[in-house]
Structure formats: structure tokens, C-alpha cells
Design a protein around this ligand. Sequence first.
Ligand code: 2BA
Length: 109
Amino acid sequence: MKLILAVVQDKDSNRLIDALGEHQYKTTKLSSTGGFLKEGNTTLMIGCEDKFVDQALEIIQDNCSKREQLVSPVSPMGGNADSYIPRPINVEVGGATVFVVPVESFQQF
Ligand code: 2BA
């Protein structure tokens, strides 16, 4: 058995959960925050048998879009902040960051 941990954008999360549910995948949705943007995203926990992992990855890929996001950089350390004019930069976020982790034991009590 594997545990799939998928970090996705909030905008994609409900569509992805519905698509996974249509294929009988069970999901747990966690609210998470990206360390770089410090904005909310969604982490899905999906436990499934090994033979279903590839299909789950396809569903995740099909339902998560890449988006560009403008980020305002913080002022440089040690520099002269008075003359620093922050220019927003474009960062590409997503579609999905996925970890597939082996499950040693699965119990439901
Ligand atoms: P964030 O950490 O908020 O990152 C959002 C996007 O910012 C990233 O998109 C990436 O394009 C960019 N980014 C991240 N760190 C950067 C840096 N040091 N310099 C320049 N740009 C940077 P994604 O790579 O698609 O990641 C989306 C979210 O997935 C991340 O949100 C984070 O929550 C998670 N994630 C990505 N890689 C991870 C990892 N190795 N471990 C744990 N979580 C990860």
C-alpha cells in the first residue's frame, strides 16, 4: 500500500477530490501553507493499493493546472532600503507536488 501526498492549489482541490472519488479513491483534505509564498494550499492524503497509484497520479495530473502568480520580493538584507523599489516577479505554481510514500501498516479501529 502507498500513501500519496499531493500538494495542490486550493482552486483545483474540489475538482480533484471529486475526480478521485469517481474512481473510488478515498481522500483526506488538509489545509496547508506553502513555505515560499506563505499562502494557503491544499494537501491531499490518498491511501491506495500499489496497483492503483499510477491511475491516481494521472487523475491528479489531469485536474491540476499550472498558474503564474505575482510575488513581491522582500527588501534585500543589509542594503539601502530607501532606494529599493520592489518589483513583483512571476512565479509558476503547481500543478501538483506529489510524494508517494510506502505504508508500513494500515489500521482502522
Ligand atoms: P510554496 O512553497 O508557497 O511555493 C510556491 C511556488 O513558488 C513553487 O511552486 C515554486 O514555483 C516557487 N518557489 C518555491 N520556492 C522557491 C524559491 N526558493 N525560489 C524561487 N521560487 C520558489 P511549486 O514548486 O509548484 O510548489 C507548490 C507548493 O508545493 C509549495 O508552495 C509547497 O507548499 C509545496 N512544495 C513544493 N515542493 C515541496 C517540497 N520539496 N517539499 C514539501 N512541499 C513542497
